[in-house]
Design a protein around this ligand. Structure first.
Ligand code: ADX
Length: 190
C-alpha cells in the first residue's frame, strides 16, 4: 500500500469517528425472542423521523455474506466478527445500524463493542424465556432441534450467555412490541 493511500485511510477513519457519532444498536437474544421484529419496527420509526438506518439481520446475512458458516462456536464467532465489522463500516458511512443476531457468546459481543467508541455501541438484550421462544417456534426450528434434526441449536444443545450489563434489557414476553420499540427509541434519544 502506498503512503498516499495510508494517509487517505487514516483521514477517512479520523473523519468518520469524530463525525456525528453514528451508532450501532446490537440486539442479542435467543431465536424467537423478537430481535428481528424489534429491529424492523425501530428502523421504521427512525426512518419516518428522517434517519438513515440499516438493519443487519442474522437470517438474511446467513443467506449471503455468511452462507459458508454453520453454528459451531468457531463459526458463530466468525459470523459475529463479520457482522460487527460490516456494522462498523456502515456506521462510518453515516448510517445508524441495527444488528439482530443471536450472538450467544459474551466474548464475541465484546469484540463487536470494541470496534466502537464509548456510547456508540448499545447492546440490547432481547429476552424471552426459552419455553416461550419454543412455544412461538415461528420457523419450526425448535421442533427440529428437539427431534435432533438441527444440532447445536441455541438454548437446546448450544449455550446462550446472557448479557450482564446491557444498555437495555427488553423482556418481550412481558411487554408488547410497541412498548419495546419505545424503550429502544428512548435509549437512542437519551
Ligand atoms: S449466531 O448465533 O451466529 O449469532 P445468527 O443470528 O446469525 O446466529 O442466526 C440465527 C438464525 O439461524 C436463527 O434465527 C435460526 O433461524 C437459524 N438457525 C439455524 N440453525 C441454528 C442453530 N443451530 N442455532 C441457532 N439458530 C439457528
Amino acid at each position: 500500500m502506498s503512503n498516499k493511500s495510508v494517509a487517505l485511510n487514516t483521514q477517512n477513519f479520523n473523519h468518520s469517528t469524530e463525525r456525528r457519532g453514528a451508532r450501532c444498536i446490537w440486539l442479542t437474544g435467543l431465536s424467537g425472542a423478537g430481535k428481528s421484529s424489534v429491529a424492523q419496527a425501530v428502523a421504521e420509526q427512525l426512518r419516518s423521523g428522517g434517519k438513515q438506518v440499516f438493519v443487519l439481520d442474522g437470517d438474511t446475512l446467513r443467506r449471503g455474506l455468511n452462507r459458508d458458516l454453520g453454528f459451531t462456536e468457531k463459526d458463530r464467532a466468525e459470523n459475529v466478527r463479520r457482522v460487527a465489522e460490516v456494522s462498523r463500516l456502515m456506521s462510518d458511512a453515516g448510517l445508524l445500524v441495527i444488528v439482530a443476531v443471536i450472538s450467544p457468546y459474551m466474548r464475541d459481543r465484546a469484540f463487536a463493542r470494541s470496534l466502537f467508541q464509548s456510547g456508540q455501541f448499545m447492546e440490547v438484550f432481547v429476552d424471552a424465556p426459552l419455553t416461550i421462544c419454543e412455544s412461538r417456534d415461528v420457523k419450526g426450528l425448535y421442533a427440529k432441534a428437539r427431534a435432533g434434526v438441527i444440532p447445536h441449536f441455541t438454548g437446546i444443545d448450544s449455550a446462550y450467555e446472557s448479557p450482564i450489563s446491557p444498555e437495555l434489557h427488553l423482556q418481550t414476553d412481558l411487554r408488547p412490541l410497541e412498548q419495546c420499540v419505545s424503550d429502544v427509541m428512548a435509549m437512542i434519544e437519551k
